[in-house]
Design a protein around this ligand. Structure first.
Ligand code: HGA
Length: 608
């Protein structure tokens, strides 16, 4: 959340900053701003989208060869121009991603020192603190280092000064920040997409790092302020993955990319010709051996991927598995078990709650840690002993789609690997599971072909205020994910229940105005689901059933049916999530919401 970009170059950086902010807009989109150094500091800020700020910068004729930019997801202070970043104090301007926890004490102290505040943000205290420390001499870098040592909380910062037009200084603690290395120009950004048009060579700053960027070089300093060498990575993010191409929305593009994303993610399994520990890292055999149980920690859609995996891990690998929302786990007294495998799931690898839950688990002595993540070199995989990267490619739509299905594939591979290590996967079963994975991209494509039918349903949903999603067993988390997708992007209130739970309360909500979506695969629970459908029908509820073609379901009065492909067995949840993703997408389209940037949300949740 919140995107930062900065550039110091021998050319006009304003187009680079604006372009970078447009690519970072998925991280926050309530307001944006830039500040450049050109004689003095010039700043342009606007509420709304980056395009509005860009128009203002053009109209004002802002140009410079050094500057910083920010796209905001407000945490402290409303969505106003005066709360938008950059914030200025004296001759410095600063952008910030994160939350400063001791901002109130710092504000009081700085007010006593004579600083007047113009915003309600926590960020403004950092600008004044740096200005305060600048007065002791020693320059911008020293002032930044002194200021951050007085902050509690999380930050990624980029700072420029009117008085030091040949350097930019940056700092990182708890929020992502990387430095991009160019020829005679250097960059800083929250993620590589913002600068990829200028360079692919990047340094991922580590916790507590500060750095100084000039046109000709970059020097990074570690926690003790000592100069440090950090590895240079060459990013392989493709420009095409950051562009819409022929699609109307990134979410639509990402839904349709799922066959390819899954094929790419299973490539490693296919290359290894089986479920081997090496899929998860060099010392995975040792870490995964004699695991006693699995604890999955995640948030949002990733949490639902975890809930799905629990059915597999207990059913196939025979290991006890619990799944917990990371922000809950991190604040409770958990019982440590050093033989337990901690699995964190995060698309961005930067999700703060998940990262903190991982740190908490490690502080309890849980050393067997595995991260399932879509962004190489991000914080959570780097803090984990084992890692499995999904290969979904850049996911830009705020509502996760291809990240979810590739996480499921990764979790299924983990399940089978654990099962094999425990002697619970005979050769024939392993071959069957491999074959199911191999056929999965094609099965997903068949589900995608249902789009015209799903769109027709979505048009009816668009006028509704509430919806109920039902599933059973391994498809219950798919019902949860369907409800989450619908509320996230169409703003229709939706809840999901295990179908067997209806009569214990939610049936009271059912009437003709409440559409009830049912996931009805042709599995061992089919007859139970059919009975649950009758219970709803008997009370006048209108049913929308996604049923496997071989489930023997036909439409009837008040029961609409879309036939999904034949039952695909154990991977069925991965196929059944496709139509509910499309239902949410088309309902949102019909309601005219901003599908890729739903209100109040942002991607990569890097704050608490
Ligand atoms: N706390 C700052 C920055 C917000 C942020 O990083 N959001 O993800 C603000 O509210 O402006």
């Amino acid at each position: 959340m919140c995107g930062i970009v900065g550039a110091i170059a021998g050319r006009d950086v304003v187009p680079l900053l604006v372009d970078g902010l447009k690519r970072l807009e998925y991280r926050g989109y309530d307001s944006s701003g830039i500040a450049v150094v050109n004689g003095g500091v010039r700043r342009v800020r606007r509420t709304g989208r980056v395009a509005e700020m860009e128009a203002a910068a053009l109209a004002e004729g802002v140009h410079a060869d050094m500057g910083i930019g920010h796209t905001r997801w407000a945490t402290h202070g409303g969505v106003t121009e005066s709360n938008a970043h950059p914030h200025i104090s004296g001759g410095i301007a600063l952008v910030h991603n994160g939350i400063i926890e001791n901002h109130e004490q710092q504000r009081e102290r700085l007010q006593a020192l004579g600083y007047a505040f113009e915003s309600q943000t926590d960020t403004e205290v950092i600008a004044h603190l740096i200005d305060h420390h600048l007065k002791s001499g020693g320059g911008l870098l020293r002032a930044l280092q002194a200021a951050v040592s007085e902050l509690r909380g999380a930050y990624a910062l980029a700072v420029v000064s009117r008085d030091e037009p040949n350097r930019m200084v940056v700092a990182r603690m708890g929020c992502p920040l990387l430095v991009g290395l160019g020829e005679g120009e250097n960059f800083v950004a929250s993620d590589v997409s913002a600068i990829v048009q200028s360079t692919r060579r990047v340094i991922f700053l580590e916790e507590g790092d500060t750095a100084e960027l000039t046109r000709d070089g970059v020097q990074v300093f570690g926690v003790e302020r000592q100069p440090v060498e950090r590895e240079v990575h060459v990013s392989d993010v493709s420009l095409a993955s950051l562009e819409l191409g022929p699609y109307s929305h990134f979410m639509q593009k990402e839904i349709h990319e799922q066959p390819r994303a899954i094929a790419d993610t299973i490539e490693a399994v296919m290359d290894e010709a089986g479920f081997v520990p090496e899929l998860f890292g060099a010392d995975a055999a040792e870490v995964l051996a004699d695991v006693s149980s699995v604890q999955i920690l995640a948030c949002g859609t990733s949490y639902y991927a975890g809930l799905t995996a629990r059915y597999w891990i207990e059913g196939i690998a025979g290991l006890p598995c619990s799944v917990e929302i990371a922000s809950e786990y991190r604040y409770r007294d958990a019982v440590a078990d050093p033989r337990q495998l901690i699995v964190t799931i995060s698309q961005s690898g930067e999700t703060l709650d998940t990262m903190e839950a991982l740190k908490y688990a490690k502080s309890l002595g849980q050393e067997r840690t595995l991260s399932i993540c879509n962004v190489p070199e991000s914080a959570i995989p780097r803090a984990s002993r084992l890692v499995h990267y999904t290969r979904a490619g850049a996911e830009i739509g705020v509502a996760s789609t291809k990240a979810f299905t590739t996480q499921l594939v990764a979790l299924f591979s983990l399940t089978c690997t654990l099962a094999r290590l425990r002697g619970r996967l005979d050769e024939a079963t392993e071959a069957r599971h491999l074959d199911a994975l191999r056929r999965l991209p094609g099965d997903i494509q068949h589900a995608l072909n249902l789009e015209p039918q799903v769109r027709a349903w979505a048009d009816r949903f668009a006028s509704k205020h509430h919806a109920l999603f039902l599933g059973r067993g391994v498809h219950y988390p798919i019902a949860l994910e369907g409800a989450l997708k619908l509320k996230e992007i169409s703003y229709i209130h939706a809840e999901a229940y295990p179908a067997g739970e209806l009569k214990h309360g939610p049936l009271a909500l059912v009437d003709a105005a409440m559409p009830v979506v049912v996931i009805a695969p042709n599995d061992s629970l089919l007859e139970k689901v059919k009975s649950n459908i009758q219970e709803v029908r008997a009370r006048g509820g209108e049913m929308y059933v996604f049923a496997d073609a071989d489930a023997g379901f036909g439409p009837s009065e008040g029961v609409h049916v879309i036939r999904t492909p034949r039952h695909v067995g154990v991977l069925s949840p991965i196929v059944h999530v496709i139509p509910v993703q499309m239902l949410a997408y088309h309902a949102a389209l019909a309601r005219g919401t901003d599908v890729d940037k739903p209100r109040n949300l942002a991607k990569s949740v890097t704050v608490e």
